[in-house]
Ligand binder design. Sequence first.
Ligand SMILES: O=C(O)CCC(=O)C(=O)O
Ligand SMILES: [Fe+2]
Length: 335
Amino acid sequence: MELERVQQIASLSKCMDTIPTDYIRSENEQPAVTTFHGVVLEVPVIDLSDPDEGKIVGLISEASREWGIFQVVNHGIPDEVVRKLQQVGKEFFELPLEEKELVAKIPGSQNIEGYGTRLQKEVEGKKGWVDHLFHIIWPPSAINYRFWPKNPPSYRETSEDYAKRLRGVADKMFEYLSKGLGLEPSEMKDGMGGEDLIYMMKINYYPPCPRPDLALGVVAHTDMSGLTILVPNEVPGLQVFKDDYWYDVKYIPNALIVHIGDQIQILSNGKYKSVFHRTTVNKEMTRMSWPVFLEPPPEQEIGPIPKLVNEENPPKFKTKKFKDYAYCKLNKLPQ
Ligand SMILES: O=C(O)CCC(=O)C(=O)O
Ligand SMILES: [Fe+2]
């Protein structure tokens, strides 16, 4: 039988110094060859407790234009809430395989929710060294608990608590991003569907890999969300592409990592950049991450905000329903 979960492959290859050829990236993707090792530029870190709101708006706007990614500290979510989220996720992935399979993705279904391994069509048939769990955490009307682990028992309460708190941070981010473009505070969130915004959580589990120089976790991509707000564990691995090089994103305890996704790039008519990123894996340590993708509801039409379009700034993107955008992206069709 072909092993499907990377966690199984990893536990069998622990004592080896090779990995199955399916996981060996072509040279132009291999981290050992393509990671920048000179003077390191750092992804901006922004302190949300600064009393000068204008300064925060300026920093977020600049980071979103130049990098498409930044880290926020003093974001208001208590460390304990994040620590518990990490703990229940880790406990789930450490359960026996059969238990995890109870919440597996439904084969052949359009729904991406559940425990699984591959997400998109693979690049050149190569696989990523990562398993994941996907499920919606907000709004309550969109949640399907069938895909939420029953074990550990506190999984549900912990994830719900995180979702509630994350809403405060997300609302602030949309507000700052609006102001950074000279828009009314609510315009960006309204463009994303307002209170119908969907919070899709993913847990990435990257087991130790005997050849981290040759493999990748998540292959290079931009997120199709509007914004992605991510909690990492302490094992570094996220890299972003800027000015022709891949840069490591430094681990900062208790920070949240905010990615600009495709939908904000479109709404901003290209002023804010959807960040191109990927993840590397580690020889000894298990990396985990908890991105929450803030997505418009499927029927929401997304296009450049009319106020941002004029003669000098013609629309750079088509306006289309989010579900049509997602279909093209997942199937690697032109937008
Ligand atoms: O693990 C990470 O830090 C990033 C994962 C990621 O980019 C994704 O799941 O879309
Ligand atoms: Fe991503």
